[in-house]
Ligand binder design. Sequence first.
Ligand code: NAP
Length: 333
Amino acid sequence: MSVTAREIRLASRPTGWPTDDNFAFADVELASPSAGELLVRNTFMSVDPYMRGRMNDAKSYVPPYEVGKALEGGAVGEVVESGVDGVTPGDLVLHNAGWRSHALVSQYTPLTPVDGVSPSHFLGALGMPALTAYVGLLDIAEFKPGETVFVSGAAGAVGSLVGQFARLKGAGRVIGSAGSADKVAHLKNKLGFDAAFNYREGDVRELLTRAAPDGIDVYFDNVGGDHLEAAIDSLRRDGRVAACGSISMYNEKELPPGPRNLYLLVGKRLTLRGFIVLDHNDRFGAMAKEVGQWLADGKLVAEETFADGLDNAPAAFLGMLRGENTGKMVVRL
Ligand code: NAP
């Protein structure tokens, strides 16, 4: 069997905010899979902040996307034709050939459908963002029950799980920041955060001090910049920062100075530790077991924002960077 696959390529590298011109659509013919390969039809694909970094020609923990080549990223696909013993058409797999309608893949993870759980969650609450939240909170920040946790980007894929994991694991207080009044209401009313603020409404340092007058023990940093500086001010003695991402800077042409208060790390005996989820795949089983149970018991809200159709993937990606998502942004193909 051969299929015509539609794919999205990097047409040019963005400077600052990406635009539609940075993406190009192309049709390619895919042959039948060779031995060891699967031909899959993608049903869901992920758009993630790290993809913005891969659009730059810069050395990082993953190589840059190549201009003129298809973009890639997490996707759930249904097997159309199999070159692998034991895998049959209709089976679901997780793989990294997103940004296209169909793909030939040789590296994939078989997925076992779970009753009542959309396969899209393997890109979010049961996937990479969940592992990021789990490892960052428990292993990197070494969260302990009773502690006060502050997470930025709190209404997004990773942040919304960090706050809920902290609550489910016995946090004394969970505080989140997000970019709209609706998101703040979502955090407090639906996700069980004790306090939340809209960072666009004023000085982050003042907003955080008001939300956490007694200080914080853990800061899960998704945003960087003014959020990190405010958190360093609010951290109590022996506080920890899990440095997960700095989305406030990904589209900036000039990086802001700071944080200006790093000297506080000394007197307060603070730890600031960066991490990359790819280094922690050994924790996937523990995460999936615990988080899967919370989902099955209805204790965890796994919010998703969907965009429909491959043609809308660039808009979904840009929308996610601008904050149009609540929970995980997923493209439904
Ligand atoms: P997400 O939070 O679902 O989506 C991105 C969110 O960032 C938007 O919804 C937007 O929400 C917020 N945002 C955009 N510009 C901002 C700004 N200037 N200031 C504050 N917030 C801003 O994305 P995610 O996948 O969960 O990723 C969250 C963070 O984790 C990112 O920094 C990402 O790079 C990082 N990450 C790291 C790893 C790792 O291995 N270290 C793995 C996965 C993700 P608002 O409406 O609230 O502004």
